[in-house]
Every structure is written in structure tokens, then in C-alpha cells.
Design a protein around this ligand. Structure first.
Ligand code: ADP
Length: 521
């Protein structure tokens, strides 16, 4: 049952039940009663006390001018505001932050009797949400800006990259098999390299652009990369632009592949030119070798005739020949003999120039023994000692290997000192390519070799000539003291090369020389 005349207690209960803070302040006038000088906190509902952090007992004697709930620097303006509401009778509404209470609130003020009522709506929670929202939108803005910066960085990289970069998307049939592809992104360089206008590049599929592409190595590499994830690299000639491009393909995800194009036209041109030169060189070498073979072969017969007829001429002239004529005859004979040597050596060289066809397992100990037997006379004559350590058995060409050791050992005997009997040593060990102090290619550094060394205590030579003595007709010593044609070491090198090996020499004048032969183990 409602009472028609609610009592004061009921009003107090109604106000206390109100979830908004309600404060009523009584105006305090000066002595003359002309001006309001302060407001007293006369009534607060429960929510008002809670909001202001006060107890009901603290209210008497609490004024705007001394309220701990109001920041000091705000007291005057609040007083002015209250006086304004009181004197004008206007209702005001304001939003503010109370730094003493650390709360945001909306304040509604209205004159009630001889004071002003303030209804305070705590908006701290709303503010918190707003703050959070603002914070989030600030973050979002920074992220967006960062993203934009990254995007523009990426765009710049793509735009200015000298490499062509494109991304393609696979087109699959109903069974999921890749049957075609479409480019979804291509930078300026890619457009330039391929010579395709961007709109066509991006709108047409690979097969539409070139129906034969399915058969191309590029397409095969693309499908392989997409299915296995293994990156691929290949060189490709683009007829539209007449450029050689190196393409590297890498998988981005199940349907996307990144293509990077590098223009290698200048390198490729040099490479092709080089390949052509090598081919020409090979051809001219073969021609030369054919010529040397033919010439030395064809010279054999006339030479034999010259030597025979010299012998016959000598016999028939017998004593009817003067000393001068005998001397001239001797010189002709010597020249013919020298020519014979040259022809024999050239023929030998052209033999070894032809890659050996018959390869077999060869015990080098046997080979060296055979060479020593051939050179027996010269060894005896020079009182030479030859020490041989056990040698390996290698896979090679019988005749050529014998020729190799013959040339090295006969040189060791030939280029000996006149006053010292030659001491020749032949030894062998297994080494790794990387452990050898020679210019052997890096690709060979992990392989194992037999290092066979032939050393002598002969006249030696300056190390600076160590390379050139392996060239055809290169001789360091005069033909008067040491006979020879300068072909022996050229043959030795050819034999070693035919066996995929390496040969080099080290020497010191007056001390001796060592010839190092590296043959694959
Ligand atoms: P040659 O027919 O002149 O001996 P090679 O090709 O066998 O031709 O050798 C080339 C040159 O290398 C020789 O003329 C000689 O000057 C030098 N040479 C070769 N082997 C030795 C050695 N063991 N000691 C010193 N010099 C050597």
C-alpha cells in the first residue's frame, strides 16, 4: 500500500536506493546577505557518500572551500559554477575528471530550495573502455602505418630490383594435377625481361602465352619445385627480348611459386664464345696432331732413303774424298740422325695424343724394371745408382706408362753432373688432392692419388722454368752437351693427362730435380 503523503524517511530511503550519487549543498551567504561565499555539503545519499569517499558524520562543516574531495585548484571554479546555477536557476551538465578521487563523472546540477543539487554519474568504467578503445585504435593506426611502410618498402624493392621477380599460381584440373599457371605478381624488371606487357602477363595463363611451354624444361622444373619443394635453377633464352635469363624457382606454398630472373646475357655470350673457342682449339689441335702424325710418318721413308744413300755414297767414295768433304759428310749424317730423332719423338707424341683405348691394371714396379733394363747401358756407363721404393699398381695404358717412366729416368741420367755419378730415387705414397702443393683443381681436393716422385742429383734448373719445360720443343740446355728434341716431357705430360693425373717439377741448379707425378688412386 502506498501512502499518499510519503514521509521524510521514505524520501531518504528512495534517495539511498538511487544508484546515482546525489549531493545537495546549502548556499552560505556573507554577513550582509548580499553574496554567496561558499556551499556546505548538507546532504548526500549512500551512493554520494561512497562516491565521495566520505562518511555521513564528516558532512557537517564540510564546504566547497575545504572539501578534501575537490582538488584545490578546482574549488574556485566549482564555487562559481554552483553560484551560477543558484542565481540563474539553470540546470547544467558537465563532464569531468576528479584528480583527487581519480574518477571520471558526468555532473548534473540544479537549484533546489536554498542550495544546489548535484547528481553525479560515475563514468570511470565507460572512460576506461573508451581509453582502451582509443589505445587499441592508436595501436591499430601504428600497425597500419607500419604495414604501409613495409608495403611501400616491398614495393620499392620490387620496383628497383634489377632481378625480375614474379609469383605464379598453379592451375589444377579436377584431379588436382597442375596443368597450367598464372602470374599474379610481376615487378618492372620481370616485365622488361620477358617483354610481356603487364596486363597480358597477369591476365593470360602460361599455356595461353606459349602453348609449347608444357614441353619446356622451365615448365618441368616449375612442376618439380611445386611438388617436391626443391628449388630449381635453369637458364632460358627469351626470344621476345633476345635475352638469356637465369631463372631460380622456389616454392612459396602449395599453389604459389616465386620466380626470380637474372639477366645473364653478357656472361652467357662470353661462355658461348669460350665454348666456341674451345671447340675451335680442339679442332685445330686435332688438325695439328693429325698433321704432325702424317708429316712424321711421311718423313720416315725419305729419311730412311737419305741415310741409306749417305752410307752408300760413303762406301763408294771410300778414300777418294778429302778431309773437308769427310767433315761435310759427317755433318750431313749428324743432321739426318737428328732428324730421325725428331721424327721418332713426334710420332711418339702423336701416338700418346690419341686417348688410350686399352686400359688395364698395371704394376708400375714391372714397368720401371723394364725401363731400367732398356737403359742398362747408360746406367752402367754413368755408374748410376737407382733406388726404387715399392710402387703401386694402377689402372692405365701399358705403353704410355712405360714411355712416361722412360722419359723421366732417361732425363735423370742425361742431365747428370759430369763429375758425380747419378743417384736416382723413385718413391711413391698415397695423398689427398688437397695435401699436394700444386695447382690442382678444387674439384680434385677430396680425391686420393698416388704421388710418384723421380729425383736426381743432376745439374738441375732454375725453378722459374719448371712449367715451360713441359711444352713442346722447350729445352733449357744446349744440344751440343745434351742431345734431345724437347719433346720428352711434353709426351710425359700428355701421358699423365690421359690418366687424369698431374705432373710438375721442382729443381735447384747444381743440386738436382724432382719430377712429381700424381695419378688417381
Ligand atoms: P729433351 O729431349 O731436351 O730432354 P725434354 O722434354 O725431356 O726434352 O726436357 C725438356 C728440357 O727440360 C730439357 O732440355 C732439359 O733442359 C730440362 N730437363 C728435363 N729433365 C731434366 C732433369 N732431370 N734435370 C735437369 N733438367 C732437365
Amino acid at each position: 500500500m502506498f501512502e499518499t503523503q510519503p514521509d521524510q524517511q521514505l524520501f531518504a530511503e528512495l534517495y539511498d536506493a538511487n544508484p546515482q550519487a546525489i549531493v545537495w549543498m546549502r548556499a552560505i551567504w556573507n554577513e550582509s546577505g548580499e553574496a554567496i561565499i561558499d556551499f556546505e555539503y548538507t546532504y548526500c545519499n549512500d551512493e554520494g557518500l561512497r562516491y565521495l569517499n566520505l562518511t555521513r558524520e564528516q558532512l557537517p562543516g564540510l564546504f566547497v572551500s575545504n572539501s578534501p574531495t575537490l582538488p584545490e585548484d578546482r574549488r574556485v571554479s566549482i564555487l562559481e559554477e554552483l553560484i551560477d546555477v543558484y542565481t540563474t536557476g539553470k540546470k547544467t551538465e558537465a563532464v569531468g575528471y576528479n584528480s583527487n578521487l581519480k574518477k571520471y563523472a558526468r555532473y548534473l546540477r540544479a537549484k533546489v530550495r536554498n542550495g544546489v543539487m548535484t547528481v553525479i554519474q560515475d563514468t570511470s568504467n565507460e572512460h576506461q573502455i573508451i581509453n582502451q578503445l582509443e589505445e587499441q585504435s592508436r595501436k591499430l593506426a601504428t600497425q597500419t602505418q607500419e604495414l604501409q611502410e613495409q608495403r611501400s618498402l616491398m614495393d620499392n624493392i620490387l620496383k628497383h630490383s634489377s632481378n625480375g621477380i614474379s609469383v605464379s599460381e598453379a592451375i589444377r584440373n579436377e584431379q588436382g594435377i597442375v596443368i597450367d599457371a598464372r602470374t599474379i605478381m610481376a615487378n618492372d624488371a620481370a616485365v622488361r625481361f620477358t617483354g610481356l606487357p603487364l596486363d597480358i602477363y597477369l591476365s593470360k595463363t602460361a599455356v595461353e602465352l606459349d602453348p609449347t611451354i608444357i614441353e619446356s624444361p622451365y615448365y618441368h622444373a616449375y612442376v618439380k619445385t611445386l611438388t617436391t619443394g626443391e628449388p630449381g635453377i635453369l637458364q632460358y633464352f627469351f626470344p621476345h627480348t633476345s635475352r638469356w635469363l637465369e631463372l631460380s624457382i622456389s616454392k612459396m606454398d602449395n599453389d604459389h611459386v616465386i620466380h626470380i630472373f637474372t639477366d645473364i646475357t653478357p656472361i652467357k655470350e662470353v661462355q658461348l664464345q669460350l665454348e666456341k673457342s674451345v671447340q675451335e682449339l680442339k679442332r685445330s689441335n686435332t688438325n695439328l696432331e693429325d698433321f704432325a702424325h702424317a708429316a712424321s710418318h711421311d718423313l720416315k721413308e725419305p729419311l730412311r732413303k737419305i741415310r741409306t744413300f749417305i752410307d752408300r755414297l760413303k762406301a763408294s767414295l771410300n778414300t777418294r774424298i778429302s778431309d773437308t768433304e769427310t767433315h761435310m759428310m759427317k755433318r750431313v749424317e749428324a743432321a739426318a740422325e737428328r732428324m730421325q730423332l725428331l721424327v721418332d719423338d713426334l710420332l711418339e707424341f702423336s701416338h700418346v695424343s690419341q686417348q688410350p683405348r686399352q686400359m688395364e691394371s698395371i704394376d708400375l714396379n714391372d714397368k720401371v724394371q723394364k725401363v731400367l733394363a732398356d737403359l742398362e747401358l747408360s746406367i752402367e756407363e754413368k755408374q748410376a745408382t737407382v733406388t726404387i721404393e715399392p710402387l703401386p699398381t694402377i689402372y692405365g695404358h701399358r705403353r704410355q706408362l712405360q714411355q712416361l717412366f722412360h722419359n723421366l729416368i732417361s732425363n735423370a741420367l742425361k742431365y747428370s753432373k759430369t763429375d758425380t755419378p747419378p743417384q736416382i730415387s723413385i718413391r711413391s705414397k698415397v695423398v689427398k688432392g688437397a695435401d699436394v702443393p700444386s695447382n690442382i683443381p678444387v674439384s680434385q681436393s677430396d680425391k686420393y692419388f698416388h704421388l710418384i716422385e723421380v729425383s736426381d742429383n743432376g745439374i738441375g734448373f732454375e725453378q722459374q722454368y719448371a712449367e715451360q719445360i713441359f711444352d713442346m720443343f722447350q729445352r733449357l740446355h744446349g744440344k751440343m752437351e745434351y742431345s734431345g728434341t724437347g719433346v720428352g716431357l711434353a709426351i710425359a705430360r700428355k701421358v699423365v693427362e690421359n690418366h687424369n693425373g698431374f705432373i710438375w717439377a721442382t729443381s735447384q741448379p747444381g743440386i738436382g730435380s724432382t719430377f712429381h707425378v700424381l695419378l688417381p688412386a
